[in-house]
Design a protein around this ligand. Structure first.
Ligand code: GDP
Length: 297
């Protein structure tokens, strides 16, 4: 069973300084544990290294408060720093969904949870924000994916753009835009086609749709359990179309949340939501505090 970072640090510090300030040795020993724990949580090596550097600077010489042990003190510093990195300097801005109809482009690889997340987000916008939402699937290669979105739409009471066989993704996107305007919708969500891996055809298609509708938000949906692969996917999509936010799915699994830290640190993109299950209400706002706790164990 995985030993949590809190347990590890507690153990290490039980044998070390009991009072005063944290010595350099104490900090060095603790940081070795932090680094291993981050790597075990699937944080990439450069991110873990950089993180440890930041925490070391904060922890060295920090006075140990009487009421807590040095181990707890370091855990607090690590927790606060995790939270700061996950939230980013400017924090997590609200979704840009003013000026109706606001287009949101959903991108990502096949199987990452894009269609499910599109419907979950539509439901959330409708119920929490009182928005009129239209969804459209652009996945012309997989009629089943288009059907899936229509079925989910019926389930959650959100309209989907009628399917017209033979249309190209960019034409469906334009039709969605027109329909959203005429129909008085506040937001329209475009569920793009995924592929098993990044390929040029996929990227060109997404870029074409992006240029046609000028989305207010381009949300990348990635499987949070794929760790560093998710970060690479994010960088590729960002280079091509400019990602404005990330949704990490499958965070109900036993992954330890490290993908979130690497994602934020490497791409600088805000993580907006986490998917926590297959049901339509299993989409939560990203809370740095909670994920920091999860990484710490
Ligand atoms: P797409 O190919 O990217 O559109 O992926 P789908 O939306 O079809 O999702 C693929 C599978 O992952 C489906 O069985 C979903 O129910 C499941 N899924 C999506 N998001 C989550 C999540 O947050 N947690 C879990 N456990 N399953 C999810």
């Amino acid at each position: 069973m995985f030993e949590s970072l809190s347990d590890r640090l507690g153990g290490v510090f039980d044998r070390l300084t009991k009072q005063g300030a944290l010595s350099e040795d104490d900090v060095r020993t603790a940081m070795r544990e932090v680094r291993v724990a981050l790597l075990e949580a699937d944080v990439s090596l450069p991110v873990a290294r950089d993180f440890v550097k930041r925490v070391t600077a904060k922890a060295t010489g920090a006075a140990v408060t009487k009421s807590i042990t040095p181990g707890q003190q370091v855990i607090k510093i690590v927790h606060d720093e995790l939270k700061a990195v996950l939230a980013g300097e400017e924090g997590i801005p609200p979704l840009k969904i003013d000026n109706p109809p606001a287009p949101i482009l959903m991108v990502g690889l096949q199987g990452g949870g894009k269609t499910t997340t599109t419907a979950k987000l539509a439901k959330r916008l409708k119920e929490r924000d009182g928005k009129r939402v239209l969804m459209a699937s652009l996945d012309v290669n997989r009629p089943a994916a288009m059907e899936q979105l229509a079925i989910l739409g019926t389930q959650i009471g959100v309209d989907t753009l009628p399917i017209v066989a033979g249309q190209k993704p960019v034409d469906i996107a334009k039709r969605a835009k027109t329909q959203a305007g005429l129909g008085g919708y506040d937001v329209y969500l475009l569920d793009t086609a995924g592929r098993l891996q990044i390929d040029q055809v996929l990227m060109d298609e997404v870029a074409q749709v992006h240029a046609a509708v000028q989305p207010r938000e381009t949300l990348l949906v990635v499987d949070g359990l794929t760790g560093q692969v998710a970060v690479e996917v994010a960088e590729e999509f960002d280079a091509k179309v400019g990602v404005t936010g990330v949704v990490l799915t499958r965070m109900d699994g036993d992954g330890r949340g490290g993908a979130a830290l690497s994602m934020r640190a490497v791409t600088g993109k805000p993580i907006r939501f986490v998917g926590t299950g297959e049901k339509m209400d299993a989409l939560e706002s990203f809370e740095p505090d909670r994920i920091a706790g999860r990484i710490l164990g």
